[in-house]
Each structure stands twice: as structure tokens, then as C-alpha cells.
Ligand binder design. Structure first.
Ligand SMILES: [Zn+2]
Length: 272
């Protein structure tokens, strides 16, 4: 379905994105993620491909991921949120992200944790309020496309489900084509971190509901591997070994709502 008429008007005075070279120069996608590392695990090849083609990619990360694991020791006085922000900035640099926006919500933790109800938790946030903030970013950036998550949040994490709800509401406000990042539940060629995170629960979406597939080439794949490796506090070393990486992470999947948009320009499979 095409997006409804936008409720937030686009300003004629909004400055255009900085000039970039490439076939997608002057076009912008906003990519919403729940935690630092999700951008690398689920959408890095797509982001890198868009940036290579000249598109402006704005990454919006909703939480600091402060309840994630700590796989590498922290420095004295350093919090996990501090570390994850540094890791996120490194990943953004590797992927060609033009602007990083941190929404500043708190990580809600896994489903059922008491932290789900913390007043600052993303899962407890007022969806219309956060959606309006996101829509305003999209409009200010003259974005045409918003990326968020499938209705199940890819694997059910409360913050990922919140990202879906916020993304749907923001897209309606700003009148955007949306792509919902997912994984194909039937097209799995290697062990993906999402399987570990899901702990045997439902993961991704059925092939028939997936509209757009982006296959990483060697350049995108190297960038994705480097971006995932940048999140060393979260991503185990085994996951970023060269062997098996392409099979597990070389493909990215999206559901689409709205007319074909920016991601279909870089897709290997696009249903039009
Ligand atoms: Zn996450």
C-alpha cells in the first residue's frame, strides 16, 4: 500500500543533502535501529551499498544497549554504554553513514526482564512521541525511505518490537516508503547471530512476505565484517571469522510497505 498523505509537511526551505557523487546522489534513507550493533548485523551491506552509490544514510539508534553482554573488559570508569557508543561510531565510519542520531532511550533488556518497565526503557516509551521525533528527522533530512524492523522485531526483543511500532507510526507521519529489516526464515545458509539471540524462538519472516533482498558483493561484505568486528563488546570473535561469514551474513532481507524506494535501487531481488 502506498503511504498515506504525510501529516508532517515538508519544508521548502529544508537544505538539500550535501552533494555526493554516484547514481543515488541527493537521495536519503533513514535507518532506525534498537541497539548499537544491530545496524552492522542486519543492514550493514545495504547501508554500505547505498553510501557507495552516493545516497545519504542517516542512522538513528534508539538506545545505548546498556544491558548487553560485556565480552571485552571495560576501562576503569568506562560504562558499557560508553564503549558501545565508540564501537557504533567506528562502525558508522566503516559503513559510510553520513550522520548518527542517538535517541537516548534505555535498553529494555530481554522479554520478561523487570527492566522492560523502567521509565526510560524504549519498550515503555510513548510510541507517538518517539515517532514524531523520528518523522521530524526524516523530514529535515528530506528522506524518502525509512528502514525499521518486521512486526516481530526480527526475533522478539522488546526494543526491536518497539522499533517496528515507532517506524510504522513515523512513516505514516512523514509519508515514507518503509523497509522492514528481517531475516528469511527459510533462506538460511549459515549460523547467524540472531539464532543465538533468539534462543530457539521465532526468527524472521517467511520468504513469501519478503519484497527486497540485498546481496553483499566483496566490498560490502568486507565493510560489514569490519562493522560487526567494531562491536567487539557484543559480537563474539567466531562470528566475524572470514570462514563462513559470507554464507551467514552476505544477504539482507526486507519487507516493504509503499512504492519501491531507495533499497530497491541496490537490491538483487526486488518485487515491484
Ligand atoms: Zn538489538
Amino acid at each position: 500500500m502506498p503511504p498515506a498523505a504525510p501529516a508532517i509537511a515538508r519544508s521548502r526551505t529544508t537544505p538539500a543533502a550535501p552533494a555526493a557523487r554516484g547514481s543515488l546522489a541527493g537521495r536519503c534513507a533513514v535507518v532506525l535501529h534498537a541497539h548499537p550493533d544491530d545496524e552492522a548485523i542486519f543492514t550493514a551491506a545495504t547501508v554500505h551499498r547505498l553510501a557507495r552509490a552516493g545516497a545519504r544514510v542517516v542512522l538513528v539508534t534508539a538506545t545505548a544497549g546498556e544491558l548487553g553482554p560485556v565480552l571485552r573488559p571495560l576501562h576503569a570508569g568506562e560504562t558499557l554504554a560508553d564503549r558501545r557508543r565508540v564501537e557504533l561510531e567506528r562502525a558508522c565510519a566503516r559503513l559510510g553513514v553520513a550522520r548518527l542520531v542517538l535517541l537516548g532511550h534505555r535498553d529494555s533488556g530481554m522479554a520478561g526482564w523487570s527492566s522492560n518497565a523502567h521509565p526510560d526503557a524504549l519498550a515503555a516509551a510513548d510510541v507517538p512521541t518517539v515517532a514524531r521525533r523520528l518523522a521530524e528527522i526524516c523530514v529535515a533530512e528530506s528522506a524518502e525511505t525509512l528502514v525499521h524492523y518486521d512486526p516481530g522485531g526480527i526475533y522478539g526483543h522488546p526494543d526491536h518490537v518497539a522499533v517496528h511500532r515507532i517506524g510504522v507510526a513515523a512513516a505514516a507521519l512523514a509519508g515514507l516508503t518503509t523497509y522492514e529489516a528481517t531475516v528469511d526464515s527459510a533462506d538460511r545458509r549459515g549460523r547467524h547471530l540472531v539464532d543465538l539471540a533468539a534462543g530457539g524462538g521465532t526468527v524472521g519472516w517467511d520468504t513469501s512476505g519478503i519484497a527486497t533482498v540485498v546481496d553483499a558483493d566483496a566490498v560490502d561484505l568486507a565493510a560489514k565484517r569490519a562493522a560487526m568486528a567494531a562491536h567487539a563488546s557484543q559480537v563474539p570473535r567466531e562470528a566475524v571469522r572470514r570462514s563462513g561469514f559470507a554464507a551467514a551474513y552476505g544477504r539482507e532481507w526486507y519487507r516493504r510497505d509503499g512504492v519501491p524506494g531507495l533499497l530497491d535501487e541496490v537490491a538483487s531481488v526486488a518485487v515491484r
